[in-house]
Write a protein that binds this ligand. Structure first.
Ligand SMILES: Cc1ncc(COP(=O)(O)O)c(C=O)c1O
Length: 483
């Protein structure tokens, strides 16, 4: 049965609340939204790109402006009062990060970076990869994690990918991969706590398993921590990159590598910079690195913005991570169920969802393509453009996660190589030619993601928008639009 195109999901709110009685307990989020995020409803904006970037509360921005107005902050690397004022707040932010993630300061420390990618690069360039090393990486990772393989490759290390099941986008039997390379040197295993493509939450039990096989563990938590509590008192990964704008939206330009001290001591800095050394001599041509986080924080830290981390974490704690998590889970469950029900009159599904179809071990990030009644893909970039017209922010493409994209869209390595070759002329790569060459196989998807102040209205607005595709032929819809 086709869903009536005229129906508005907004009317389904009462039924949703009956099915999800705990939703009303998350009402504090509606209050915050009406106040600190009033611009959303004021502008009729449906924001569904939280995995791309979190939204900031106006009060966070105001608190920061007042802090700057009322104080004199100088470069922290000194002992003058302006310098000490900065140092105090930077160190407070560092302690607050450890406290938020329940990390024991005797065991973990925080290195401030520009973002999660900066944290990953620090790790990649410093990890003691050698010809006897093994870099084991789950295919479902962000490009900034994949990029570490190039550091490993340069040192001649063995690099192994853990594949995904193309339907669930999970990996069921990880054990055999730990022994794929016989090398006896350093070993690094990398996986995301939550996929930024499919929302899959990979088992955190892999951390201890990998460690029992002699691996250091890189847990990419960038897409997980905005809506889930990461408890480093319970699980003990060696390296955890995060970007704070994904958690509370403001400011951009601050991230961290949270690292176990014993794992950090294995890293070798490939260079030194201002702030990272205890002594440098030009005449004796020597240098001695600073200790712990100081050896990794290159140049002047972002001392005017770092204090906002304390404000942002306090904000999340005030709402409660459990409240945020519960609301996102309920909305995700509803969206998954309704997406599955969306059908054309001929009974064919409207949406091809990639990854898990229920909320078990998954977060609020959904990737899918829309299909017409004959099963032809609506071009995902065009779907995004239509959403823009409806004032809905979603994302289209591969989301910097080529592995999850390739498994879900069933790309074959030979086709990828052939099409890249055909689309490359000298140094120039023609992305459109590549997409044409890959033909019927979609080269991307649309992604919607829920977060801090997501509401039922956002999900209803998206579903209403998707209804406009029901019973439309892909070529007719875009012919109509003059595409
Ligand atoms: C899982 C994951 N890891 C790493 C990153 C990189 O974060 P940034 O762009 O802030 O460096 C992202 C960004 O979307 C992500 O989702």
């Amino acid at each position: 049965m086709a869903t009536a195109v005229t129906s508005s999901y907004l009317h389904a709110f009462d039924t949703f609340v009956i099915d999800n009685p705990a939703y009303e307990k998350t009402g504090v989020i509606d209050d915050m939204r009406a106040d600190d995020f009033a611009r959303l409803d004021g502008q009729g904006h449906t924001y569904l790109d939280y995995t791309g970037g979190g939204l900031y509360a106006v009060s966070l921005v105001e608190r920061h402006i007042n802090l700057l107005k009322d104080n004199i902050f100088g470069n922290p690397h000194s002992q003058n009062p302006a310098s000490l004022a900065s140092t105090e707040l930077v160190e407070k932010a560092r302690a607050d990060v450890l406290r938020f993630f329940n990390a024991d300061p005797a065991e973990y420390l925080v290195i401030f970076t520009a973002n999660a990618s900066g944290a990953l690069k620090l790790l990649g360039e410093s990890y003691p990869f050698g010809v006897d090393s093994h870099f084991l990486i789950v295919a479902d990772n962000h490009n900034s994690v994949h990029g570490i393989r190039e550091f490993a490759r340069r040192r001649g290390s063995c690099i192994t990918y853990v594949p995904l099941d193309p339907i669930s986008l999970r990996t069921y039997d990880i054990e055999p991969y730990f022994d794929r390379c016989r090398e006896a040197g350093t070993k690094l295993f990398a996986f995301p706590a939550q996929s930024n493509f499919s929302g899959v939450q990979h088992p955190l039990a892999w951390i201890e398993l990998a460690r029992s096989h002699g691996f250091d563990v890189l847990l990419d938590a960038a897409a997980f921590v905005p809506t889930n509590q990461l408890d480093l008192g319970q699980i003990k990964p060696d390296f955890v990159p995060v970007s704070f704008y994904k958690m509370f939206g403001y400011p951009t330009g601050v991230g961290a590598l949270i690292a176990r001290k014993d794992a950090l001591s294995k890293l070798e800095r490939p260079w030194f910079a201002g702030g990272t050394v205890q002594i440098v001599s030009t005449k004796a041509d020597l240098h001695i690195m600073a200790d712990e986080n100081e050896a990794f924080e290159e140049g002047t830290v972002n001392y005017l913005n770092l204090p906002t981390i304390s404000h942002g974490l306090a904000y999340l704690q005030q709402v409660g991570m459990e409240t945020i998590h519960d609301r996102v889970t309920m909305l995700t469950g509803y969206l998954l169920a309704e997406l599955d029900k969306l059908r054309h009159s001929n009974g064919k599904p409207l949406a091809a969802l990639y990854g898990p179809k229920d909320t078990t071990l998954r977060g609020g990030t959904l990737a899918f393509n829309l299909l017409d009644p004959s099963g032809v893909f609506f071009p995902y970039r065009q779907v995004e453009a239509d959403a823009n017209t409806a004032n809905i922010s979603i994302r289209a493409g591969c989301f910097c996660n080529p592995g999850a994209g390739e498994y879900s869209l069933t790309h074959v390595a030979e086709d990828v190589r052939r099409c890249v070759e055909q689309s490359t002329h000298g140094d120039a790569f023609d992305l459109d030619a590549y997409r044409d060459c890959m033909g019927d196989t979609a080269t991307g998807a649309v992604r919607v993601s829920l977060g801090l102040v997501s509401s039922f209205q956002d999900v209803a607005g998206l579903l209403d928008f998707l209804l406009t595709f029901v019973d439309q032929e892909a070529d007719e819809r875009y012919a109509m639009l003059g595409c």
